[in-house]
Design a protein around this ligand. Structure first.
Ligand SMILES: *Cc1c(COP(=O)(O)O)cnc(C)c1O
Length: 454
């Protein structure tokens, strides 16, 4: 599959450093995340390796809260745990006043393990099992966002069985196209998420009048991810506001609105809206309704705080036939699509910087395809990327890998999970050791009927 060439040239390494303030170029020690040289981490824990910056996370968490404060809002913030679920990240964000937005019983348990208050958790997702819903109810979860009439009936029955009431918001499908990648847009009528707006009123009333296990709190919406313009938010929240007015006209109480997440970041040269813009949209449209607001950011908080450090395994010249077609030489990394899936899954563009201090004149730079070692043609991190000469053993950093990075890893091709490191200013710790091959294999067993005679 070939993509149309991008409309603008790739940003230069200087431009990437300017737009990624967590990263610094140290003339002697090379690329640093916050105060720590990535080469030092790679030397001690090996590659590939995820590195996340705690100071950067804190700054982003505070900037987000400040943006809403400046718009005169006091929402509660629920980090979308699926973007980066490590307990160190969850602990840090809890310390910054964040709760969690979870999409599975496992994520719910993680948040509790990281010390989050169950009341600060929102449970979203189209497929919650009975066991997961029971767990959420028993733990006293703050809110369950229900995605269908069937789920609502099932939750009512489960709550009654347990002698509890389920705090619920109905997730509205506002039929808005978020204008983002097809695989991460969630608010169109044909997507599997949420309840169509025209069906909301009747269901809300039904729950209030006939379902004693349901405590109807309000409505929720989530339009998709990596949203880069204000318009879909305006449309989605307008829908929500109309529904609130209608519900109240019919005498039904609405206490809370969950605004979802989706705020995009600049991986390449996207003009991502600042949180202040989102806050103003919400203040304009939902502020006058006087409801408790919830915000569920994932990518915006953690994406720019993380990198994936990888080492060049080797290079390979393009064949003559490939050269004739204009294909460049290959740089082969020790990280693959099993580690960072986004380029293969979403055709995502990630910045890529050599870790060593810049070498050689710009005239020596060449366009290369940067690929992983996996036996799949989609295992490509960058095509026709203009980079300084890279050789076997050189380190590179793939940028903006903090969101939907480590969480999507697999052990495909029997490649153990990478090490994870947290940097905090000048200090750093391994927060997950590299999985050993022994650990990976130890959980497998061969049925005894296949065992050979001794
Ligand atoms: C994924 C998700 C989010 C977070 O999306 P981001 O694009 O990472 O901000 C928020 N709410 C729900 C319901 C989600 O599924």
């Amino acid at each position: 599959m070939t993509l149309p060439p991008p409309a603008t040239p790739d940003p230069t390494p200087e431009a990437l450093l300017r737009t990624h303030p967590a990263l610094h170029e140290d003339a002697r020690r090379g690329l640093k995340l916050e105060g720590v040289a990535l080469a030092e981490i790679a030397a001690q824990v090996g590659t590939p390796c995820w590195v996340i910056g705690a100071q950067t996370l804190r700054q982003r968490a505070r900037a987000l809260k400040a943006a809403f404060g400046d718009a005169g809002l006091k929402p509660s913030f629920h980090f979308a745990v699926k973007a980066q679920d490590h307990q160190a990240t969850l602990t840090l964000l809890r310390q910054e006043g964040f709760g969690g937005d979870v999409v599975s019983g496992g994520e719910l348990q993680r948040c509790l393990r990281a010390g989050m208050d169950p009341q600060a958790l929102v449970y979203s997702g189209v497929g919650k099992t009975d066991d997961e819903l029971r767990l959420a109810l028993r733990e006293g979860i703050g809110q369950i966002n229900v995605e269908s009439p069937e789920e609502l009936a099932r939750l009512n029955a489960l709550a009654l069985e347990l002698g509890l009431r389920a705090p619920v918001a109905l997730r509205v499908n506002p039929d808005v196209d978020a204008g983002t990648h097809d695989k991460i847009t969630t608010g169109r009528a044909e997507d599997k998420f949420g309840i169509a707006a025209p069906e909301i009123i009747a269901l809300y009333r039904q729950a209030c009048e006939t379902m004693p296990g349901i405590e109807m709190r309000g409505l929720a919406v989530h339009l998709g991810s990596q949203i880069l313009t204000e318009a879909p938010y305006r449309q989605g929240y307008q829908r929500l506001a109309e529904l609130v007015t209608q519900l109240r006209t019919e005498g039904l109480a609405v206490h809370t609105l969950d605004c979802g997440g989706g705020l995009g970041i600049a991986y390449r040269d996207e003009q991502a809206p600042e949180p202040a813009r989102l806050a103003r949209v919400i203040a304009d449209i939902l502020g006058p309704l006087e409801v408790e607001l919830k915000i569920e950011p994932g990518r915006w908080l953690v994406g720019p705080a993380g990198v994936l450090v990888s080492r060049v395994i080797g290079t390979r010249a393009a064949s003559e036939a490939a050269q004739a077609l204009g294909s460049p030489d290959f740089v082969i990394l020790d990280a693959g699509m099993n580690d960072l899936l986004r380029p293969a899954l979403y055709e995502a563009w990630h910045g890529l910087l050599p870790v060593a201090p810049a070498r050689g004149a710009e005239s020596d730079w060449q366009e290369v395809d940067v690929v992983g070692p996996i036996c799949e043609s989609s295992d490509v991190f960058a095509r026709n990327r203009r980079l300084p000469p890279l050789e076997q053993g050189d380190l590179v950093a793939l940028l903006d890998a903090g969101a939907y990075g480590s969480v999507m890893s697999s052990t495909y091709n029997t490649r153990p999970f990478c090490a994870q490191v947290m940097v905090d200013g000048d200090q750093w710790r391994v927060i997950r050791p590299r999985q050993t091959l022994e650990e990976l294999l130890a959980v497998e067993s061969v049925p005894e009927w296949l065992a050979e005679q001794a």
